[in-house]
Design a protein around this ligand. Structure first.
Ligand code: GDP
Ligand code: MG
Length: 441
């Protein structure tokens, strides 16, 4: 091998796997981004450590640099941590009534979300009953009634002189008589977590069978979300989380913190004050938002998409090579792919069978040369590209004029091409499909 080629290979190899240094540098940036997004610092530390272990030694995808590759892994890990797939709220089977208890701090968005959920359930053909268990906050009952009316769902209330437990029990009887198959208990919150609040929620759970305890957390809570989620999960036990106020400018780091600490699924996100502003939770979108690296992620997506298309074409081309049918059209295609993949590594791996006789395409290594070769091929007619045998002297002269090169350059190039073709026929076994891209050079 010549020095030039060796340089290319060295480049290829050094791009091959993520080193510890690559990963450390990129993760520093990720750490900053997560802290900026208000992800709890302990969660950040843990998360970064787990990604570091996973990332070191991984192959760098074509079209990405090591830093971008780390971001890709980070994004995947975050997505999978937050649940990979969108989770649906589970209803009781058949005609059984599903009882949902809302909980969370004051102002988190429980009452609003209760009404939002009712609208969603109605669309699913359910008959919800909203229950006013917040007897402390002035106007809390009225707020639920107004929202219930807007959604055209029934609201059950007994004023402020009964205990939330009694109200919940009475509501269950009412639901049974009325044929409500979903009951949502809107409970009281406090400004801070306190024993009284937790006890009240526990008592409700003891008095009626609650199937889903949903914690509503204000997305703007940031770092504190961890304590809130942990406390509620330990003391009351939660089944799912709703993140409210995601329409604000918060990056939503609370989502990652809550999921990491409780392991409970995030079911919905609140996207505004209107009662229709409740959306399904999409882990991948959330991960992008928290990471806040839209540009990089778009680039990564593009590279992945390219790779998918290429994988198909590459297979097709490898099959043609095996049959010794690699023609100038294929050549053009591989040039295009090479450009897509951002460099020589593409074309080198596109011609896996040439490994041992790389010297033959040595002359193609120079980028300027490559451009000249491409000009030659482009000056051919499609018929000539598909059937190089057509290339007689007069055609070659025409092509040389078209490409603006000397006829000797055209002759040499075509001769090299024919040699490559012969080689492909000679060593069909060496033309692999899988693994070719990574290069066995
Ligand atoms: P609760 O104390 O937990 O019952 O909270 P509320 O349901 O009364 O909501 C408190 C405030 O937050 C109200 O002004 C709501 O309109 C507002 N709110 C609730 N959810 C959202 C949301 O997703 N986005 C926005 N922008 N405001 C919300
Ligand atoms: Mg309320």
């Amino acid at each position: 091998l010549t020095d030039k080629l060796q340089d290319v290979f060295k480049d290829l190899r050094s791009k091959g796997r993520l080193t510890e240094a690559d990963v450390k540098v990129a993760l520093k940036e990720v750490k900053m981004a997560l802290l900026e997004a208000d992800v709890n610092f302990k969660v950040v530390k843990q998360f970064v450590k787990s990604v570091e272990e996973r990332a070191i030694g991984q192959d760098v995808m074509n079209g990405l640099n090591p830093g971008q590759m780390v971001i890709k892994i980070v994004n995947e890990e975050m997505t999978s941590l937050m649940g990979s797939e969108t989770q649906e709220l589970q209803f009781q089977p058949g005609k059984a009534t599903t009882v949902i208890m809302m909980c969370g701090l004051q102002g988190a968005g429980k009452t609003t979300t209760t009404a939002k959920l009712a609208g969603k359930f109605k669309l699913k053909g359910k008959k919800p009953l909203l229950v006013a268990c917040d007897i402390y906050r002035p106007a809390a009952i009225e707020q639920l009634q107004i929202n219930g009316e807007k959604q055209q769902v029934e609201v059950f209330s007994m004023g402020t002189s009964h205990s939330p437990v009694d109200i919940a029990k009475a509501a269950m009887e009412h639901a049974e008589k009325n044929g409500n198959n979903v009951v949502i208990l809107d409970t009281a919150g406090r400004l801070h977590i306190d024993e009284g609040m937790m006890e009240e929620l526990q008592k409700i759970k003891q008095a009626v069978t609650v199937h889903q305890t949903l914690l509503v957390v204000d997305a703007m809570t940031g770092q504190d979300a961890v304590n809130v989620a942990k406390e509620f999960d330990e003391k009351v036990g939660i089944d799912g989380v709703i993140l409210s106020k995601m329409d604000g400018d918060t990056r939503g780091g609370a989502a990652l913190s809550i999921k990491a600490v409780t392991g409970k699924p995030i079911l919905y996100v609140g996207m505004g004050e209107k009662l229709s502003d409740l959306e399904q939770f999409y882990p991948d979108r959330m991960a992008s938002r928290i990471l806040g690296m839209g540009d990089v992620l778009t680039l990564i997506e593009k590279a992945s998409a390219n790779l998918d298309i290429d994988a198909g074409k590459e297979k097709e081309m490898a099959a043609r090579m095996k049959k010794g049918k690699f023609d100038f059209e294929d050549y053009l295609e591989s040039m295009k792919q090479m450009r897509n993949m951002g460099g020589l590594s593409g074309i080198l791996s596109m011609m896996p069978g040439m490994g041992s006789k790389m010297g033959d395409i040595e002359s193609m290594i120079d980028e300027k040369q490559l451009a000249r070769m491409e000009a030659i091929v482009l000056s051919m007619t499609p018929q000539e590209r598909r059937n190089p045998k057509l290339l007689n002297p007069s055609r070659k002269h025409r092509i040389a004029r078209g490409a603006g090169v000397d006829i000797s350059v055209v002759n040499r190039f075509i001769k090299q091409f024919e040699q490559s073709q012969k080689m492909m026929k000679q060593f069909p076994g060496m033309l692999g499909g899988k693994g070719a891209r990574k290069g066995k050079f």
